[in-house]
Ligand binder design. Sequence first.
Ligand code: WTA
Length: 638
Amino acid sequence: MSYPYQINSFEAYKEVYARSVQQPQNFWADIASNFKWRRKWDKVLEWDFNNYKTEWFKGAKLNITENCLDRHLEKLGNKPAIIWEPNSPDEHHRILTYNDLYQKVTQFANVLKNNGVKKGDTICLYMGMIPELAIAVLACARIGAIHSVIFGGFSAKSIADRLVNANAKYIITCDGAFRGGKDIPLKSLIDDALESVDFIEKVIVCTRTRTPVSMLKGRDVWWEDEIKKVETLGMAPAVAEEMDAEDPLFILYTSGSTGKPKGVVHACAGYMVYTNYTFVNVFNYKQGDVYFCTADIGWITGHSYIVYGPLSAGATTVMFEGIPTYPDAGRFWDLVDKHRVNILYTAPTAIRSLMSYGDEPLKGKDLSTLKVLGSVGEPINEEAWHWFHEKIGRGKCPIVDTWWQTENGGILISNLAGVTPAKPSWATLPLPGVQPCLMDEKGNEVEGPGQGNLCMKFPWPSIIRTTWGDHERCQQTYFDAYPGHYFTGDGAMRDEDGNYKITGRVDDVLNVSGHRIGTAEVENAINLHAGVVESAVVGYPHDIKGQGIYAFVIYNGTHNADDENLIRKDITATVSRIIGPISKPDKIQFVTGLPKTRSGKIMRRILRKIAENDVDNLGDTSALLNGEVVEDIKKGKI
Ligand code: WTA
């Protein structure tokens, strides 16, 4: 495959960028013309940020899997599409060529059909990082079922909430998942979730850990048995369903500052074009490169840059089941060495964690194949950037600092590897087609160098289409703060060259190890503990995780009241049960009151300062109803 839309020099970037602003429709039509369409679009773009609606490539018909699979078979059929590395280095890796992947996806698509799944149905995937997850994702897309992948770190209750919100009648899961030394009982968590959900028709269970699982007659079936049925029936490879450009491709739940997680909806055509375009340009992907993204498919990075982006570009994508520190902190480097990885895309939290092990895990690992490094998910601090650059990139590899969000579908601001300049800890310039701006507190646009809230003035093809089942919420969350603009929830700085540096969330969303966590959600979970009266959750700087979760809790329970540590453990267990282990507080401080304004709102600014150990700069506390609690909270700081 060649990529006529690949940008090769800084000069070209500037030209292309200018064109993308002046003639956005032509710009995107040219890129889109490189894909396989059943029917071309009538109109490239229709949009309205005031009464939110965005439609890209209206009237076009396609199936994303024909672009990820079918169109590659003739020339790239025998090329590895997925190289899968298991959790344990003692187990063999697997290679699926494009031919293999096509065969498995079209076969599993038949399994879905045989089990009653139809175009437009929502289907929940709760699996570990095994090739069958990628196969299941693509099989859903093949038949036009809308997948909703749930990360393995969420609890049964979180799963149930998502099943109900999406009205998903089908589930694909595994007996269990290996992650480092752990075996996560996925099917058993699904069973717990299904105690409160009664509309599930089929649960397809794929074997991985062979942990004993309960299998309910009529509802639960084994993946492998279903495959055998399809083989016995001699079914032909499932033909791709013809999808409308704007048909939903998937739902992915993400946390915001209020309420329960919302289901971000992405549409078929725009998402396909944008993930491919950004994959090829940001990483400067060349045919033959081996590309390794360390994310989990349970998050947007895995959707866009393990599955859809690389596969639509005919790339070889490495998928890793395990964690960076198992069996030791040299595992990523073993993988790079073993699979001759050229492009490595990972997260600052992983870099900081591996950095803390020193040089030992790097000894004897051949990293010479690496050409490009990438970072995503949170701001990368300079120390981590330089370590990544020197130790992993041997001073030779460009690092792309890619800024984007679940709602964006793909990378919006980043340098292009080896093409546009990098600036440590800066995401740098917007991709052509992306029009960011900064807004001040009064809602006016900041011109030139400055700081403000990061917004977008113009849509890009993979912008969120709606929040599942609640379009009003989409409008309110992203488009009401700055009329006529998409608001990201992030703050940013801009230098005189137009480079952006993301300073972090300006709302009540935390970024813990690159995972998005809503403080309100954690508070609600803590408040469900029997002895808790009220709580407030804020973030604080954490050396490895970027941010840690700090909870201030008013407790009036009696049980074990003389042992605060035991209560802390109970509260933590409660959060784990309600949301999942990923949202466990790192610190819990018991307090007698929370600082409140006269209207009864918790003043988080003060709690944040205390959690950050910046107690001398609490600012004006005169508006507080109960100023006296602040001193007590300061004294009790942990
Ligand atoms: C943060 C992950 C700084 C940001 C793809 C954003 C970043 C949130 C970067 C989205 C980066 C992501 N530099 N911050 N390169 N990339 N973020 O939805 O706060 O899981 O709003 O998407 O992560 O997280 P999400």
